[in-house]
Ligand binder design. Structure first.
Ligand code: ATP
Ligand code: F6P
Ligand code: MG
Length: 495
C-alpha cells in the first residue's frame, strides 16, 4: 500500500497487519439477515419456518467488501460486463463503478457486452473495450449505454464465447431472469473447469428480490412516481368530480405502488397484485371512489400493473424471455370507471396517466447513486475474493454477498399482513375490498396464526458455517457463498 505523503505528526502504519485491520473485510465477517426478534406468534410481519416454527433463528450471510487476500492476479484478469432485461435507473452507474474498481485493482482488459446476452451471439454488436475514461460520465444519463435485451440465446454459445475470449470475471447486471441465466452459466463453466467468477448485481425496479432491503433504482422510481401522482391529483382536484388514475410498475409485486402511495399522501386508493379486490357492490372499489368524490370532490387511484389480472382476459402470451405478457389493467380500469359512473349517471372527469417508461428511463437520484456505487465496487471485491455464483445486496444497511440460487428461489412480494401495507392503507383510508364481504369476527379468526407457539424464543448464538443441516430451535445458520473449487494461489494485494 502506498500511503503517499502524510501530514506532519501522522505516522504511516508499519506492519501489514495494521493495514489489514484498517482496510479489509475478514472472510468470517457476517451480516444478520433478519433482525426482528419476534416475541409472540401474533406479531405483525412474522414469518413461520417449516413446521410452523416462529422462533428467532439467526441467519447470517457473508459481509461484502475488499479482502486482504485475493484469488486472481489483476494482470491476469479479463472482465466482461453485461446488462440484461428491462431498464432501471442506475444501470450506467453500476457499470461505471465496476470499471472504476477493476481499474483500481489494476485490471487492464474490460469488455462491455452489447444488448444483453444477445451481444454474445450477434456479430453486428461485438464487445466494446471499457476504460475509466470512457465510462467516467455515463452515470449522468438514464438507460444502459451498453444496451439491454430480453430473449434467451443458447447458454452454451455464451459459455463458448466466454471461453474463447478468455473471460475470467463475468458481471451480470439484471433481474431474476438474468440471475437464473447467471447461475446456469456458472454451472456450465464449472463443468468445463473454467476458472471464472460469475457475479450478479441485482437490477429490479420492482424491488422484488428476496432478503435485500432494496434494489438500486427503486428509490428513484418511487420519487419519479410522485410526479405522476401529483399530476393526477392536480388534474383531479381542478376538475368537477375529478378522478385521477396512475398505473405504476410491479408485475407481481406492488412495492413501487405501495411506497409511492405512502410517500405522496395524495392517493385515495392503491391496488396491488398481492391484495385481491372487488370493483362492484357495497364493499367494492367503485363505491368507495363514489364516497370520496361525494366527500372531497376528487379521487386518486394508483394501480400496479400486475394488480387485478384475474379481472382481465389473459392473452396467455409470454415475452422473449418467457415472462407472461400482462393485460393492461390501467387502461381497462380507466374505461371501466367511466362506464360505472356513466351507468349511475354521475358526471365525472377521469384522467389516466401511465408513466412507466418515463420512470424507468430516468437517471438515478443521490441515494441510488450511492447504492449503485457500493454494489458495483463490491461485485469486483467478491470476484477478487474468489467467490462465484454470488450476487450483492443491501441487507439491514450492510452490503453482503448472497448465493444466487437463494435470491432467485421466489420473487419477494408485499405481505398484506405487514406493517408497511397497514401503514399505507392507514394513510389512504381505504377499506378492504374483499372478494366476499366478511364479518369482522370472521376476519379476526382468519388473521390468527395457524400454528400455536411451540416454545419460547431463544437468544442468537455466534455465527457458524453451513446452511442445509437440520436446525435446533434458536440455532444460528449461515448462507454459504460458493468459492472456486479450483486450486488457486492467493495473491498478496500489497505486491
Ligand atoms: N430461467 C432462465 N434460465 C436461463 N436464462 C434465463 C432464464 N430466464 C431468463 N433468462 C435470460 O436472462 C435474460 C434476462 O431475463 P428477463 O428478460 O426476464 O429480465 P430480468 O433479468 O428478469 O430483468 P427484468 O426485471 O427487467 O425482467 C434473458 O435475456 C434470458 O436470456
Ligand atoms: O417493456 P418491457 O421491457 O418488457 O418491460 C416491462 C416490465 O419490466 C419491468 O419494469 C421490470 O423490469 C416490469 O415492471 C415491467 O412489467
Ligand atoms: Mg424478469
Amino acid at each position: 500500500m502506498n500511503w503517499g505523503t502524510l501530514p506532519d505528526g501522522i505516522e504511516a502504519p508499519e506492519s501489514r497487519e495494521q493495514n489489514m485491520r484498517r482496510l479489509y473485510v475478514h472472510d468470517e465477517d457476517r451480516v444478520l439477515l433478519k433482525v426482528v426478534h419476534y416475541g409472540n406468534p401474533t406479531s405483525v410481519g412474522i414469518e413461520f419456518e417449516e413446521g410452523g416454527d416462529w422462533q428467532f433463528k439467526p441467519l447470517w450471510t457473508q459481509r461484502a467488501g475488499p479482502r486482504a487476500q485475493i484469488y486472481f492476479h489483476p494482470s491476469a484478469v479479463k472482465a466482461a460486463i453485461v446488462t440484461c432485461g428491462g431498464l432501471c435507473p442506475g444501470l450506467n452507474d453500476v457499470i461505471r463503478q465496476v470499471v472504476f474498481t477493476l481499474d483500481v485493482y489494476g485490471v487492464k482488459e474490460i469488455l462491455g457486452i452489447q444488448y444483453g446476452f444477445k451481444g454474445f451471439v450477434d456479430p453486428k454488436y461485438p464487445p466494446v473495450a471499457l476504460t475509466r475514461k470512457l465510462v467516467s460520465r455515463v452515470h449522468m444519463a438514464g438507460g444502459s449505454f451498453l444496451g439491454v435485451s430480453r430473449g434467451t440465446p443458447d447458454l452454451n454459445d455464451i459459455v463458448d464465447k466466454l471461453q474463447d475470449w478468455g473471460i475470467n470475471f463475468f458481471f451480470i447486471i439484471g433481474g431474476n431472469g438474468s440471475h437464473a441465466g447467471a447461475h446456469e452459466i456458472y454451472k456450465r463453466c464449472l463443468e468445463r473447469k473454467m476458472k471464472i467468477a460469475v457475479v450478479g448485481i441485482p437490477k429490479t425496479i420492482d424491488n422484488d428480490l428476496q432478503l435485500v432491503d432494496k434494489t438500486f433504482g427503486f428509490d428513484t422510481s418511487v420519487e419519479e412516481a410522485q410526479r405522476a401522482i401529483n399530476a393526477a391529483f392536480v388534474e383531479a382536484s381542478s376538475a368537477y368530480n375529478g378522478v385521477g388514475i396512475v398505473k405504476l410498475m410491479g408485475r407481481q409485486s406492488g412495492f413501487i405502488a405501495m411506497y409511492a402511495t405512502l410517500a405522496s399522501g395524495q392517493v385515495d386508493i392503491v391496488l396491488i397484485p398481492e391484495v385481491p379486490f372487488v370493483l362492484e357492490g357495497e364493499h367494492g372499489v367503485y363505491n368507495f371512489m363514489k364516497k370520496r368524490l361525494d366527500k372531497n370532490g376528487l379521487c386518486v387511484v394508483v394501480i400496479a400493473e400486475g394488480a387485478g389480472q384475474e379481472l382481465l382476459e389473459s392473452s396467455g402470451g409470454v415475452d422473449a424471455s418467457g415472462n407472461p405478457i400482462l393485460g393492461d389493467i390501467g387502461k381497462w380500469f380507466y374505461s371501466q370507471v367511466k362506464a360505472y359512473f356513466g351507468k349511475i349517471k354521475m358526471s365525472v372527469d377521469v384522467k389516466y396517466i401511465d408513466p412507466t417508461y418515463m420512470i424507468r428511463a430516468r437517471h438515478c437520484n443521490s441515494s441510488d447513486h450511492i447504492i449503485c456505487s457500493v454494489l458495483g465496487q463490491n461485485a469486483v471485491h467478491g470476484a477478487f475474493a474468489g467467490y462465484t455464483d454470488i450476487t450483492i445486496g443491501l441487507v439491514n444497511t450492510h452490503y453482503v454477498f448472497l448465493p444466487i440460487p437463494k435470491v432467485i428461489e421466489v420473487a419477494r412480494k408485499v405481505d398484506p399482513n405487514s406493517n408497511m401495507w397497514h401503514r399505507t392503507v392507514t394513510s389512504t383510508g381505504q377499506p378492504d375490498f374483499p372478494m366476499v364481504p366478511q364479518k369482522i369476527s370472521e376476519k379476526k379468526a382468519q388473521s390468527q396464526p395457524s400454528s400455536p407457539p411451540k416454545s419460547q424464543p431463544t437468544s442468537p448464538k455466534s455465527p457458524v458455517s453451513g446452511s442445509s443441516r437440520s436446525q435446533s430451535p434458536g440455532e444460528s445458520r449461515s448462507l454459504s457463498c460458493r468459492r472456486h473449487p479450483f486450486d488457486m494461489k492467493t495473491s498478496d494485494r500489497s505486491m
